[in-house]
Design a protein around this ligand. Structure first.
Ligand SMILES: C[S@@+](CC[C@H](N)C(=O)[O-])C[C@H]1O[C@@H](n2cnc3c(N)ncnc32)[C@H](O)[C@@H]1O
Length: 240
């Protein structure tokens, strides 16, 4: 992959977040700044704020994820928040879920280039084959994928009872809860809460909405055979 474009140097806080994986995080920033822009995965204006807005904002979500959890990054796109989370938290078992072929190709290249232990799965969260494969996850993470009610509808069937959606939302968080909280409750979710992550390293800290899966979900949990084309597992899981 082309890595010629310069990414900004990491801020000091990056070493405390990424630890030994800092060189891999720097490489991911370089990949995003070069091939990521050429391939339309992020906008050119994002380069100057790659660290704070993208890598660090994503990695601090790890504060809300238990040890050794099974995690699905729903709508991973350029690999956000999933790739920085994997780098900061190598104990996690992360699947990067993404329906678009060219983004899936990018994610596979990133996983290879950084030597990550992660699974890339092509498909949409609501597809029966995807639900069948991913059901029972401890945590679903997502950024910039859908409004809360739709995102919860896609996430709930992937979560075990007691599992949680952790959605990076920003300033809209409280309004989304006001608008969609009742619908989330009717679809098996607990009361959504707003949490802040990374307050010691980010200004402003990352704002997330968290929802716990409370009840069983009847048939919505998804049965049936995976649809070969869309639910194709494209990267073999590797051991930790
Ligand atoms: C605006 S992009 C955000 C990508 C990335 N999370 C980020 O923050 O940069 C939304 C992504 O969600 C994916 N997506 C949309 N609907 C989806 C669904 N039903 N299941 C899984 N992914 C979906 C899109 O293909 C796209 O890559």
């Amino acid at each position: 992959m082309d890595e010629k474009a310069a990414a900004p140097a990491p801020p000091e806080s990056a070493s405390s977040i990424f630890g030994d994986a800092l060189p891999a995080a720097v490489r991911f920033a370089e990949l995003l700044a070069a091939a990521g822009i050429e391939r339309g995965l992020i906008g050119p204006r994002e380069v100057e704020r790659l660290w704070e807005r993208h890598l660090l904002n994503s990695a601090v979500v790890g504060e809300r994820v238990p040890d050794r959890a099974r995690v699905v990054d729903l709508g991973s796109g350029a690999g956000l928040p999933g790739v920085p989370l994997i780098l900061a938290r190598p104990d996690l078992d992360v699947t990067l879920l993404e329906p678009m072929a060219r983004r899936v190709a990018w994610l596979e290249e990133v996983v290879d280039a950084l030597g990550l232990s992660a699974t890339v799965l092509r498909g949409r969260a609501e597809e029966p084959g995807v639900k069948q494969r991913l059901a029972g996850a401890d945590v679903v993470i997502a950024r910039a994928v859908a409004p809360l009610d739709r995102l919860w509808g896609w996430s709930a069937p992937l979560l075990r009872q007691g599992g949680r959606l952790v959605a990076l939302k920003g300033e809209s968080a409280a309004d989304e809860i006001e608008r969609d909280g009742a619908a989330v409750g009717r679809a098996g979710g607990g009361h959504p809460s707003v949490e802040r992550c990374g307050a010691d390293v980010l200004d402003p800290p990352a704002t997330i909405i968290e929802v716990e899966r409370m009840s069983a979900l009847g048939r919505a949990s998804g049965r049936g055979r995976p649809r070969q084309r869309s639910a194709q597992r494209t990267r073999k899981e590797q051991g930790h």
